[in-house]
Design a protein around this ligand. Sequence first.
Ligand code: BJW
Ligand code: ZN
Length: 239
Amino acid sequence: MFEKISNQLKKAEKIVFVTGAGISQESGIPTFRGKDGLWRKYDPMKLATIDAFYEDPKLVWEWYEERRKNILAANPNPGHTAIAELEKYKQVSVLTQNIDGLHQRAGSTRVYELHGSIITIKCTVCDFKDKIVSSFSQLPPLCKCGNMLRPDVVWFGESLPQDVWKSAIEQASSCDVMVVVGTSLAVSPANLLPVYAKQNGATMIEVNIEQTPMSSSMDISLRSSAASTLPVLVSTISE
Ligand code: BJW
Ligand code: ZN
């Protein structure tokens, strides 16, 4: 599968993965766009913006609570595990748009969560931020300061956490190989990360069951699933 570039892969020191919802699809977590995507069923502007939250905080919280339960019941799949395994052989970073924590649960240690985490909450007003440890007695939950708590995720129109974004650009701009997995690359600014890597001359690999706007710019673009492809890729790199 990777014969053409296997030498480059073996020589590589620093490998960066950019991941999206597609990598967790085989763990039973729905993607956003595409056939069974969440945005087919729900209007993102009614659930994933700060205006939507202030309009109907209970509705938004119920949606996130349902997704959080599904995510906590899910397990990392061979795609996540293969990436974690590669840390034994190479310097690996994961720049993920996912909020599900599955890379960390698979054992990856350098994970940059570009769109936050469904496992944490933050206050809409003060600096309070914490892990969710149990289910809430009321929705929306309230902060000690009396204001509403919200999921610690990045909604449309909001900035990405600046320290995470800065590190992500540094990682993308300095890697030898970038593997872009399971993302439609429809959402900015995360969809710029492959551009930074390409500018640095990185070997570019895409793993996606469908074509994306960057497919033609890749050294290899594989139309196959993350869980079936990443273990093969990782064994080629670590041989
Ligand atoms: C498989 C597979 C398998 C399936 N194996 N592959 C107009 C107004 C306001 C904003 C904007 C605007 N125009 C542009 C913007 C900017 C906006 C944006 O990009 N919008 C576009 C949609 C047009 N971006 C933002 O607002 C960002 N912030 C920002 O830009 O700040 C500056 C700014 C401020 C003010 C105004 C304007 C700019 C923030 C973006 C936040 C995105 N948030 C979400 C929700 C997070 C929380 C949650 O989960 O609820 O993040 S949206 C959703 O999309 C989620 C994802 O992380 C993100 C990306 O999706 P992803 O991961 O690519 O998933 P899919 O479903 O799209 O693709 C899955 C892929 O997997 C597919 O390609 C499949 O083929 C593949 N696949 N199964 C391998 N088994
Ligand atoms: Zn507060």
